[in-house]
Design a protein around this ligand. Structure first.
Ligand code: ACO
Length: 357
């Protein structure tokens, strides 16, 4: 039996951030409300493109695995904020990382995208089609934010995370997974004014993220808990077998509700929403990377991950870690210097949103 072992991991966290106090200057909100209702204390704003975020995370993951770009057979980029649609953004990442022989494809399953892509790449490795893949999730969610609306302005951030998968006979990597899509209410979470359904010769207005927060909240808790239960059953796992839970980071209260339903203790749950907000597909990838860096993921750890996003897509995955929790090599490649603060980076967009409001 072939497995797709995770041998490398890396992330790209933009240097510029916006605190809750700073966002309170932009919209009518305050640190107390944001922290209590969402768990978010700050979010990052990228001064580079989605493709560059993905490139940085991928380069770190490849070095961590002790590989070079040309060793990679497939680049799957999970994103709903692609730099370009045609050509796909993954093709630029493939070029940037020197994976000249690799196939390259974007995957859009919104916040569930990383787990969808992980499933896809794992299946290709297990089928013997490829030997090594980079699965990267990168988002510039702040690009979709309407800075005149306090419901969305406080929630989202930018960033990227990546893993390298390698064919292995060792039972590790994605061991069981379930993905799905509850499409009936797909309109409760969407980007306005986007895509070929628009009349391209008429002005349609900005593409903003729009959602019904309370509905999504309920569905996210129920959907992710049921999916986790299903996957644990499929893998014959009990709750005691789970060492780490890596949930999508959309709201701390959603994470706590899932944790309560699954009866998992605080020390087993990876939370970083306080620092980054919701980075859509990238949340799970970044959290996985930081869980290893922080020692939460130990050799041979059993990891449950779950995500929920527009579509309404959902996914739950059981991942078994390998022996190694330290990088084989490190990589110096990083962000170009950023001369602006987070607020300065969004200033033009804030002015445009306010004058359109
Ligand atoms: N600051 C201050 N007050 C606010 C803010 C804000 N940023 N946003 C909303 N409020 C107010 C509302 O106007 C409302 O006031 P009212 O009672 O006077 O009418 C009050 O707070 C309560 O509003 P709710 O929308 O009911 O607040 P809720 O507790 O549901 O929190 C939130 C809203 C954070 C969006 C929550 O519903 C949520 O996290 N939902 C799921 C996440 C989500 O939708 N993410 C979108 C991406 S999809 C994904 O990642 C799965």
């Amino acid at each position: 039996m072939l497995y797709a072992k995770i041998t490398g991991w890396g992330k790209a966290i933009p240097p510029a951030s916006i605190s809750n106090d700073e966002i309170s200057v932009v919209v009518d909100t305050n640190d107390e409300w944001i922290a209590a209702r969402t768990g978010i204390r700050a979010r990052r704003v990228s001064h580079v493109s989605t493709a560059e975020l993905a490139t940085i995370a991928s380069k770190h993951a490849i070095a961590c695995a002790g590989l070079e770009g040309h060793d990679i057979d497939l680049v799957l980029l999970a994103t709903c904020t692609p730099s370009t649609i045609v050509a796909n953004t993954a093709s630029l990442v493939q070029k940037n990382i020197g994976a000249t022989g690799a196939a390259a494809c974007d995957v859009n399953a919104a916040c569930s995208g990383f787990l969808y892509a992980l499933q896809n790449a794992t299946a290709q490795i297990q089928a013997g089609m490829i030997k090594r893949a980079v699965v990267v999730a990168a988002e510039r969610m702040t690009w979709y934010v309407n800075w005149a609306k306090r419901d969305s302005a406080v929630l989202f951030g930018d960033g990227a995370g990546a893993v390298v998968l390698e064919a292995s006979s060792e039972p590790s990597g994605l061991m069981a997974t379930k993905t799905g899509c509850d499409t009936e209410d797909r309109d409760i979470l969407h980007i306005s004014n986007y895509g070929s359904d628009q009349d391209k010769y008429q002005p349609v207005g900005p593409s903003d993220i729009q959602f019904e927060g309370r509905e999504i909240f309920k569905r996210a808790v129920t959907g992710m808990s049921i999916a986790c239960d299903d996957v644990m059953q499929k893998a014959s796992l009990s709750l005691d077998d789970i060492d780490v839970l890596i949930p999508h980071q959309a709201n701390l209260r959603i994470i706590q509700a899932i944790q309560k339903k699954l009866a998992i203790s605080d020390d087993k749950v990876m939370v970083n929403i306080d620092q980054y907000g919701n980075t859509s597909a990238a949340t799970v990838a970044i959290a996985l990377c930081e869980a290893v860096e922080q020692g939460l993921i130990k050799p041979h750890a059993n990891i449950m991950s779950a995500a929920f996003g527009a579509g309404l897509t959902w996914a739950a995955s059981y991942i078994r870690w390998g022996e190694r929790t330290a990088p084989i090599k490190t990589c110096d490649y990083s962000f170009p210097p950023c001369q602006k603060s987070g607020l300065e980076l969004i200033n033009d967009a804030v002015q445009a949103c306010k004058s359109a409001d």
